[in-house]
Design a protein. Structure first.
Length: 638
């Protein structure tokens, strides 16, 4: 059989078959052979070997949304977030970032474990407030609260180092031409002479009160700012009852829970030890030998430029790395472990004390067990009320009747916007989940019981809906009148300013022009752009004097209700000897900033090299937001 295949492979028929296969691949592009590729999970962002799944992208965006809500102190929806930061721009930025990091790693820019370890151990949040030492358990707890894992944080730190090192290397040899520094120093040190006067609102007159027709037209022009948002009020059903906190717990239940949790309640064996983490196994071997020779961890750490980490009476469960925990709890007092490969680097541990475990008695744990059982009973009571409420509603009872029957409570929700603000614009404390439910219902409808967190459930009914609408003219008359007069005053002042400046440009004497409007001319000689002069003369005068060459006529806002109008009479450049030192300072200051466009170009090139792509439709599915209708002729996403 083998000889038959060997003979066929040497024949002209085998060659012809290979040619046909090659032609087939040429025509189809080989797309039909990518069976494994079609089985891969879809990615929101892909760039080389880096990618973001829908779940990872949603987690990132949830963190961004929570941070924004904390900063602004109010509920924010994804629709509002994406109205200010377009999703396509967010995805493009993440795709380019991932592409750059993928390219940097492939090129050889790979921050070592020691750098990552030092950075992690520099975060104060990971240090025990009592012992003031790095805590592995606190490290993992804090990361969990931030919806991160140790691997995610370590990857972020590596990315930060890659970005910083590449950017610093990019500009390390970059030197700006001397003319750049000279240009800035010349602008800063040159002096100018000029004349000017102030044209005020009183000189040109003020606008009269508007008519109703003018106010109505003004309202139409500013409809977006004047329209009141939709408001909704409702009734909230709360299933938690204050009496649940005082539920009596029988002695039998307390004793049964104690027997069930005795092992976990008992005080485990604890050990005091010190660890030193080295970047390589060879370095860890040398550290272990030094400790066994009698050197102190502090002396060894100083010799190898490492920071020892000490742990006092630490149970095995509190050591985050299982390999380190196994090594520590396998040693006796004053014994030193062999190098242990941990999550970051190689760890050497020395045990200094062992505290044996102790069994916790029922009386020791009584308060904790009672509190735990009461919380469990309270959650059970809430769950039973929810079930009874649903049954009552299925029987046709109203929300109020069902609440009375099951022992729940009602709380009114005053009229609020979708973001949780009341009529006065103040932020209320209505949770985001309740607001989302209210805006998913029509007037008079209530939602099904929904989880609120920590064992709580809620039902909300929409009692009234006030649609978004334009206010009546009488309700905003005074506010509109003030805004209309303000706009017209600015128009009058600007029109007179343009006419006066045109006369100056035509060659009229500035004193005569100023006198025609009742103003007085001011003069300045040898003026420089220092803070004292700006404060004394005002922003408008200084902006005008330094806006162009000699002979330039300017008109600049000086204050609310006044404009500075004048002419630049003379520009005096400084001598080279005076500005030489400052020119060098400007040159050194401008150098690093000039690297920003170079780094941006490098990121774009990496995105192209790594074939970075993103799927906006999949990203919207992950966030649960609808697609925005594209404008005619708008380009599609990448």
């Amino acid at each position: 059989m083998i000889s038959i295949f060997r003979n066929f492979a040497k024949s002209k028929w085998a060659i012809g078959l290979l040619v046909l296969v090659a032609l087939g691949l040429l025509v189809t592009g080989g797309t039909q052979t990518d069976v494994l590729g079609s089985l891969q999970a879809p990615k929101v962002v892909s760039a080389g070997d880096r990618s973001l799944s829908p779940t990872e992208f949603r987690t990132e965006m949830d963190r961004r949304l929570e941070q924004l809500q904390t900063e602004q102190g109010r509920a924010i929806t994804y629709e509002e977030l994406l109205s200010n930061a377009p999703l396509a721009a967010i995805l493009k930025g993440r795709a380019e970032e991932l592409a750059f990091f993928a390219w940097a790693w492939k090129t050889g820019i790979r921050p070592g474990d020691e750098l990552v370890l030092r950075q992690i151990r520099s975060f104060p949040a990971f240090f025990d407030p009592v012992t003031n030492r790095f805590s592995e358990s606190l490290y993992e707890t804090k990361l969990g609260e931030a919806r991160m894992t140790p691997a995610m944080l370590e990857q972020e730190i590596r990315n930060d180092y890659s970005r910083a090192h590449y950017a610093s290397a990019l500009v390390a040899g970059l030197r700006m031409p001397r003319v750049y520094g000279a240009l800035y120093a010349n602008i800063n040190q040159q002096s100018r002479d000029g004349r000017w006067f102030l044209l005020t609102q009183q000189m040109v007159g003020t606008a009269p009160r508007p008519t109703d027709a003018q106010l109505t037209a003004f309202m139409r022009q500013n409809a977006a700012e004047l329209r009141t948002p939709e408001l909704r009020s409702g009734t909230l059903v709360i299933f938690r009852n204050p009496a649940d906190q005082n539920i009596a717990i029988s002695e039998e239940k307390i004793r049964a829970r104690y027997e069930f949790r005795k092992d976990s309640l008992s005080l485990p064996e604890r050990r005091s030890f010190t660890t030193l983490t080295a970047p390589t196994r060879a370095a860890a071997e040398r550290i272990a030998n030094a400790l066994r020779a009698g050197q102190t961890p502090a002396a060894v750490g100083q010799a190898y430029d490492l920071q020892p980490a000490s742990y006092d009476e630490t149970p095995r469960s509190a050591i985050g790395d299982p390999a380190v925990a196994a090594a520590v709890f396998g040693l006796g007092v004053d014994e030193v472990s062999a190098p242990v490969q941990a999550r970051v680097g190689f760890v050497v541990a020395k045990v200094t004390a062992v505290a044996p475990g102790r069994e916790v008695t029922l009386e020791d744990a009584r308060d904790e067990i009672v509190e735990e059982l009461r919380g469990q009973e309270a959650r059970g009571a809430i769950a039973r009320r929810v079930e009874a409420f649903e049954a009552a509603r299925r029987e046709g009872k109203s929300v109020e009747d069902a609440v009375r029957q099951v022992g729940a409570r009602l709380a009114p929700i005053p009229a609020v916007t979708r973001e949780g603000r009341n009529r006065e614009g103040q932020q209320t404390r209505v949770p985001l989940k309740i607001l989302e439910s209210m805006w998913s219902l029509t007037k008079g409808r209530a939602n099904e019981p929904a989880a609120l967190g920590d064992g709580d459930y809620f039902v909300v009914r929409v009692d009234d809906v006030t649609p978004a609408a334009m206010p009546a003219l009488e309700d905003v008359r005074e506010r509109l009148t003030a805004a209309w007069i303000g706009r017209e005053n600015i128009r009058l002042l600007s029109a007179r300013s343009d006419a006066v400046a045109a006369r100056l440009r035509a060659g009229e004497d500035i004193a005569a022009v100023a006198a025609s409007v009742g103003a007085t001319v001011s003069r300045g000689a040898g003026l420089k752009q220092d803070q004292e002069t700006v404060t004394r003369l005002g922003q408008g005068v200084m902006a005008g004097l330094f806006s162009g060459p000699a002979g330039t006529v300017f008109s600049q806002p000086q204050s609310q209700g006044s404009l500075a109008i004048g002419r630049v009479d003379r520009v005096a450049a400084p001598t080279a000897a005076v500005v030489a030192d400052e020119a060098q300072q400007w040159r050194a200051r401008l150098g690093p900033a000039s690297g920003d466009p170079l780094f941006a170009a490098a990121v774009s090139a990496a995105a192209e090299r790594m074939k970075a792509t993103y799927d906006e439709e999949l990203a919207r599915e992950a966030l649960g937001v609808a697609a925005t209708p594209a404008a005619p002729g708008a380009p599609a996403g990448r």
